[in-house]
Design a binder for this molecule. Sequence first.
Ligand SMILES: NC(=O)c1ccc[n+]([C@@H]2O[C@H](COP(=O)([O-])OP(=O)(O)OC[C@H]3O[C@@H](n4cnc5c(N)ncnc54)[C@H](O)[C@@H]3O)[C@@H](O)[C@H]2O)c1
Length: 326
Amino acid sequence: MRRLLAEGIAGLVVVDNLLSAERDNVPADPRVRFVQGSIADQNVLDGLTDDFDFAWHLATYHGNQSSIANPLADHDNNLITTLRLLERIRDFKRVKRFVYAASGCVLAPHTFGDTTPVEEDGAVPFDLDSPYQISKIVGEFYSVYYHRQHGVPTVRARFQNVYGPGEILGAGEWRGTSATVWRNVVPTFVYRALKKMPLQIDNGGVASRDFIFVSDIVEGLLRCALAGAPGAVYNLASGQETTILELAETVNRLAANSAPVQFQPQRAWDRAGRRVGSTQKSREELGFEAKTPLDLGLEETIAWTTANLPLIERAIAKHAGRLQIA
Ligand SMILES: NC(=O)c1ccc[n+]([C@@H]2O[C@H](COP(=O)([O-])OP(=O)(O)OC[C@H]3O[C@@H](n4cnc5c(N)ncnc54)[C@H](O)[C@@H]3O)[C@@H](O)[C@H]2O)c1
């Protein structure tokens, strides 16, 4: 949103039911019209008219662990949302691109051993790890179908692990597990390191992720909208693989946290231990390259988290009693 406003966009409609978000995070700008509601709600959909140039569909039931705890809520907010939104806009004439936020975790190989960066046309496994992953790939199937059948100019942007300023731990409503508060690994590690708490590491920290800074993802989403081929899919990845142990050591160093890391068992559901995306297609076809090195991105995230601790702690405190913060 902030990037679009800075680019001088004339107007922006944001639809969000605040399930995993805070209202305070929506910029106060007269060009932003905020609609609080589900994108699966017919009244909300009826309020969208054919006067958009671009649509970015980012709504999700965040994320893998919450979806395992509540598959039906995942269906309602991560799967049917995509179908209903595409049904609504399928006859719109003005929209130039509909960009769908897909997830690289779906195609990640189920291994902690050797692997290579995953390309866009890699095989989709049948034995997915969570309802979230099922919803994300079904969203891709629908994006392809609505392009072929109805000519909707869909482009799928397949994210790797996004991090950076703006991600608020505990944002939104309780979603059944501690993952409501401890969202993704980076904000969790950064918060705990700033509070001088031990970082908790599953399975010896051998799993890896391809971390991509939020401003790079935003750039990728804009390029998908402006230059993506209708019907196509592009990885938005850094192409750099970092193990969770390396990430923990880096965050502790940058945040001057001397608490020793705490090792825990492997998460039973997560079999895609190594995750990294190929950057070749998005570089060649979109001219996209993630520019922010991990150290720099983490420094910015630490600075933002430090400056926004009251906001973050208010969001975490909403879930007090359900979760031990230790
Ligand atoms: N963050 C990552 O590392 C990552 C990785 C892969 C894919 N993605 C995808 O990127 C998108 C954004 O993810 P994020 O990490 O920013 O998550 P997020 O939880 O911050 O954002 C999702 C937003 O969707 C909203 N939402 C949920 N249900 C809704 C509904 N029914 N109607 C309207 N809004 C609804 C939430 O309140 C939230 O603001 C998602 O589609 C996600 O699957 C993210």
